[in-house]
Design a protein around this ligand. Structure first.
Ligand SMILES: C[S@@+](CC[C@H](N)C(=O)[O-])C[C@H]1O[C@@H](n2cnc3c(N)ncnc32)[C@H](O)[C@@H]1O
Length: 373
């Protein structure tokens, strides 16, 4: 026995739907109101329950037509599977959005979000960091180093505590720099070095060449160390230092015979650097750069996970060569930087981390010694 106790307006407010929507449900035979003698439509508890069931299905993305066939016949599992997959992916997106808002509010680390954005929208990521008040240098440092704008200042303080006294800021060695200079087989008049750090390679190329060298970096402290070395090696007349970002170089077209960039082009992205720096080179000019690449087709999962986070644009040698050619360069030589160069970089770094571990706050203190092959 059905009790028809709800007028359409009462039913509408009970289930949160409009009168028009209920009439449409009725037209589809999803609910079955009864018309009274006075012309009013009335509905039963069964209609209320039927609508609630439909609303549950709709919340899962099932359309009204699909609800109808679900209620009238056997479940169409293929359709439900499709809706399930769609809902699952929507929930994942929403979870990401929730996590983003939470990290932007400073409630949790924004590292995973910065890592993802750095990979999927690298330029927009930097632009957005600048809008948040980071200057270009700091924005790049959030991208490459702290990966967490909420903890950035503390991270950078710790980073500098570790790196400041280290002689080597990247995997380079006198032998590898000399080898690259010899392979260059040129007698350049001028060289632009980009991201020179404390100038280990600058000293080597200054000794090997007769060129005027402009050594650039955006870290004044590192350039100060280079100045000291130049003084020590009586090379001041050959090298000028300039504190400038590699993304804002202010040189004319075709100004340099050689551009030298050891372990630094990655900062603005290799393809970006290849494109932007090309116009600075004279005809027959040469770009010498080093980059961290896969030397194996089958890197271990641990390596993939590590570099996916630390260098998402890591590529194979073949991919880099293809990019070099695509950017309009002719490839002259490539070689693998020696294992010793990596050791000379990582071993003092590992030691330094051990020495200052207790002075570092909560910044990540991992360091990996790894083989190049
Ligand atoms: C991995 S170190 C390599 C240093 C040096 N070439 C070597 O091989 O030892 C990267 C260098 O790039 C510099 N750097 C970072 N961002 C830069 C930027 N936007 N413009 C210029 N130099 C930058 C850093 O200060 C650091 O000296």
């Amino acid at each position: 026995m059905e009790f028809y106790v709800y007028r359409i307006s009462e039913l509408a407010s009970l289930v949160g739907l409009s009168r028009t929507a209920l009439l449409y449900y009725e037209k589809l035979n999803l609910i079955a109101g009864k018309r009274l003698e006075n012309g009013y439509r009335v509905y039963s508890d069964r209609d209320v329950q039927q609508i609630r069931l439909i609303q549950q299905l709709q919340a899962g993305g099932v359309t009204l037509a699909e609800c109808k066939s679900c209620l009238e016949s056997r479940l169409d599992k293929a359709v439900l599977r499709l809706r399930y997959d769609q809902l699952e992916s929507e929930i994942k997106q929403k979870e990401q959005a929730l996590s983003l808002l939470s990290s932007l509010l400073g409630d949790k680390s924004s590292k995973p979000w910065h890592e993802t954005l750095s990979e999927i929208a690298p330029d927009a990521h930097i632009d957005w960091l600048k809008v948040q008040g980071f200057d270009e240098k700091q924005a790049l440092r959030v991208k490459w180093l702290s990966k967490d704008m909420n903890e950035h200042d503390k991270y950078m303080q710790d980073f500098m505590t570790v790196f400041e006294p280290l002689e080597s800021w990247g995997p380079n060695s006198q032998e590898d720099t000399s080898k690259a200079f010899t392979l260059l087989n040129r007698n350049p008049n001028n060289i632009l070095e980009i991201g020179c750090g404390k100038g280990n390679s600058t000293i080597v190329i200054a000794k090997l060449s007769n060129a005027n060298i402009i050594a650039t970096d955006n870290e004044t402290m590192a350039l100060g160390k280079l100045e000291e070395k130049l003084e020590l090696h009586c090379l001041k007349s050959k090298v000028t230092t300039q504190c400038v970002s590699m993304t804002e170089l202010n040189f004319g077209d075709k100004q340099f015979d050689v551009i030298w960039s050891e372990a630094s082009a990655y900062i603005m992205g290799i393809e970006n650097a290849l494109a932007k720096w090309k116009s600075l080179l004279k005809d027959r000019g040469a770009l010498v750069f080093s980059d961290l690449v896969w030397l194996t087709d089958k890197p271990s999962k641990a390596s993939v996970d590590h570099w996916k986070s630390d260098y998402p644009d890591i590529q194979s040698v073949d991919t880099r060569i293809a990019q070099i050619k695509k950017a309009g360069y002719i490839l002259e030589h490539t070689f693998t930087v020696s294992e010793q160069a990596w050791k000379d970089y990582y071993e003092p770094l590992q030691q330094r981390l051990t020495d200052v571990a207790s002075a570092l706050g909560n910044s990540p203190k991992h360091c990996m010694i790894f083989k190049t092959r």
